[in-house]
Design a protein around this ligand. Structure first.
Ligand code: CMC
Length: 432
């Protein structure tokens, strides 16, 4: 099979005696895309792309990544500008609506989110059914799926108002659910949200206040938490977002779709990597053990967690902001000499100059510094992916909403290269 791009902007595929002309689609930026939709109908062949490394599954206007240049844009705005100047709720509005809000729009949005943070009281009893040692991500998958049972009045995906209400409910309630997953694991009573607090402040208080002592929110830590949420808010068509879109393509309700996204995020190659990255730093322990550990990576006994990315073949722009945030948090907590930070910085220095990593374009990703930061803030490593899920919820919802509102949307249904047995006669059990 040979392929070429014609000057008229079509790609021509010749397969045996069949020739198919396919349009080349241009996005607002990024590589051109060959529209292969009529390939099967006209040439009787599928394309093969495990892991979807060369396949665009949808058209989207939400997030753009240039992996070679290390660029991440939400609705056109660079991630570092948003992390520096914006707030998570403002970013939520931007992702959902396409534009930054005016002051009036923001005040209304903030009020709506604030007033949806409580959970139905019955929902709190639902948590009690989990084992006391349940991983908080297991609780998240179950609890978010269960939202569809508690908030059934916002599950009609064809009703625009219900779509909006379910979006607001999830963004508002996710911190409350995440904090409850944490409290349940540590055996402390649930703390209710407080409306006078900001989104991140409220979350930190729900995690760390106890009836015997309230939690006074440290402004630097709240700002760091908010920034971590911004950095994780969306990342175009990654595994969990594609899962949400695929689940949603069948018409499933939004709560069920987001629960599916959380399940996918849990994996160590995706959202679970921050937990693994911190475990790795702890395992290395001291700077002098780094060369031995790096040798193990080169011998392919294990991977360097928090390094490498399917799309970024340059420094992950989120990792840069995360590194700065990590230093700010450790400073304010008086943990500047934290041994794990020393290990992380030295490991990064070695990896960025070692040919093994340089040749493979393996740079630190967002998870490399987030584990140290979250751990210093008081979160156990089991909570790291939960925080990722909390922040990514808005991205999943924005992507889900975009898909539902796209008139060309179809149920997702990949094809396969079948390599199993061809047709054969059934043999009764006594003759086998
Ligand atoms: N440590 C050592 N070698 C690696 C690593 C790593 N972390 N990542 C990739 N490689 C090597 C891999 O062995 C291969 O080498 P070779 O060509 O010699 O066989 C080459 O780099 C390409 O690897 P790949 O598996 O084809 O790359 P991928 O794009 O499929 O994998 C990845 C992307 C994120 C799964 C992978 O880099 C990885 O496992 N990283 C560690 C886990 C991690 O930190 N994940 C968080 C990703 S960022 C958060 C998020 O967005 O979810």
């Amino acid at each position: 099979m040979d392929s070429k791009v014609t000057p008229g902007g079509n790609a021509v595929f010749t397969i045996g005696d069949k020739t198919v002309e396919m349009p080349i689609l241009k996005g607002s930026t990024g590589p051109d895309v060959v529209d292969i939709r009529k390939l099967y109908a006209e040439a009787d062949v599928f394309t093969y792309d495990p892991g979807f490394t060369s396949t665009a599954s949808c058209e989207s206007q939400i997030t753009y990544i240039d992996g070679d240049a290390g660029v991440l844009l939400y609705r056109g705005y660079p991630i570092d500008q948003l992390a520096e100047n914006s707030s998570f709720l403002e970013v939520c509005y931007l992702l959902l609506h396409g534009e930054l809000p005016t002051a009036t729009q923001f005040a209304e949005f903030e009020r709506t989110i604030t007033y949806h943070t409580m959970l139905h009281e019955q929902f709190d009893r639902f948590f009690q059914t989990f084992r006391r040692d349940a991983h908080p991500m297991a609780i998240m998958v179950g609890a978010v799926g269960a939202l569809s049972a508690f908030y059934h009045d916002s599950t009609n995906i064809h009703d625009e108002r219900q779509r909006q209400i379910s979006a607001h409910r999830m963004i508002a309630k996710m911190p409350t659910i995440a904090a409850r997953a944490f409290k349940y694991a540590v055996g402390q009573p649930f703390v209710y949200p407080r409306n006078e607090l900001g989104y991140a402040d409220n979350f930190l208080r729900m995690c760390f206040a106890v009836p015997a002592e309230d939690y006074k929110v440290n402004k630097v830590l709240a700002r760091a938490m908010d920034r971590i949420f911004i950095l994780h808010a969306d990342h175009e068509q990654n595994a969990s977002t594609s899962t949400v879109r695929l689940a949603g393509s069948s018409g499933a309700n939004p709560f069920a779709c987001i629960a599916a996204g959380i399940a996918c995020l849990w994996g160590p190659s995706h959202g679970g990597a921050n937990e693994e990255a911190l475990n790795m730093l702890k395992e290395i322990g001291t700077v002098d053990r780094i060369p031995e550990y790096v040798q193990g990576v080169k011998d392919r006994r294990y991977r360097l967690m928090g390094f490498g990315h399917r799309v970024y073949k340059n420094y992950d722009p989120r990792a840069k902001v995360m590194q700065k945030t990590c230093h700010e948090v450790l400073d304010v907590l008086g943990k500047r000499d934290e041994p794990l930070l020393q290990v992380a910085m030295e490991l990064e220095r070695i990896a960025l100059s070692d040919p093994y990593f340089v040749e493979r374009k393996l740079y630190p990703n967002i998870d490399f510094y987030s584990g140290i930061t979250l751990s210093a803030m008081g979160f156990p490593s089991e909570m790291f992916t939960v925080l990722f899920a909390l922040a990514r919820t808005v991205g999943w919802i924005a992507q889900w909403k975009e898909m539902i509102e796209d008139p060309s949307q179809k149920i997702g249904r990949p094809r396969q290269v079948y390599t199993g047995p061809t047709i054969r006669e059934f043999v009764p059990i006594e003759k086998r």
